[in-house]
Design a protein around this ligand. Structure first.
Ligand SMILES: CC(C)(COP(=O)(O)OP(=O)(O)OC[C@H]1O[C@@H](n2cnc3c(N)ncnc32)[C@H](O)[C@@H]1OP(=O)(O)O)[C@@H](O)C(=O)NCCC(=O)NCCS
Length: 166
């Protein structure tokens, strides 16, 4: 399996993988593939990694720039998706390891909204003062690289379509 940057021809396969994987997630909005397209159109994908196996895209991870409270320099990881027929083969972990390794050199830290049961294994954890309006706090996690304790609202790119209070 190969983890690599997306190329222009990957976009339809990325849409298919993300759409199929997110069907398994009850809290998914169904707009995750659209968010990726909007981030790409805005040139806001800091990472757009695909996992390729046998010439097929089997997994995907995006990241974009974010802010926590007044602090810039954070990276927001997501969406992350692996095609359901290939779950539990280490593909998600390989995408996360590559993302963290690349982001560590360029950002104060990484943050995400997701299941703590999964992301804890990569060092992500909750912080008492880290929040995303309307989202249960246990799902909002960060991995500081250089930064201290993240405090405040995690501000996503507008492509996520969230109406956030600054
Ligand atoms: C979450 C996801 C990306 C994991 O990809 P994957 O390639 O199957 O993950 P890995 O093979 O690296 O890791 C599998 C391990 O994670 C565990 N795991 C997967 N999802 C989990 C979750 N939501 N909570 C807790 N553990 C989880 C598996 O049980 C397995 O555990 P094990 O190592 O003890 O056997 C994939 O399940 C997926 O695409 N899910 C639907 C979309 C989604 O939930 N995206 C993330 C939130 S935005």
């Amino acid at each position: 399996m190969l983890i690599r940057d997306e190329t222009a021809s990957d976009a339809p396969a990325i849409r298919a993988v993300v759409t199929e994987a997110m069907k398994l997630l009850p809290q998914a909005s169904g707009t995750e593939a659209d968010i990726i397209d909007r981030l790409r159109a805005a040139d806001a994908l800091s990472l757009s990694l695909v996992a390729e196996d046998g010439g097929e895209v089997v997994g995907y991870l995006a990241s974009s720039d974010a802010r926590i409270g007044a602090e810039p320099g954070w990276s927001l990881i997501g969406p992350l998706a692996v095609v359901p027929s290939r779950h539990c083969e280490g593909i998600g972990s390989a995408l996360m390891a590559e993302a963290i390794s690349r982001l560590r050199a360029r950002y104060e830290g990484a943050a995400l909204v997701g299941d703590p049961g999964y992301y804890g294994r990569f060092g992500f954890r909750t912080f008492p003062k880290l929040r995303v309006g309307g989202c249960p706090p246990r799902f909002i996690q960060a991995l500081p690289f250089n930064a201290g304790e993240p405090q405040g609202e995690l501000i996503h790119h507008s492509a996520f379509g969230l109406h956030q209070r600054e």
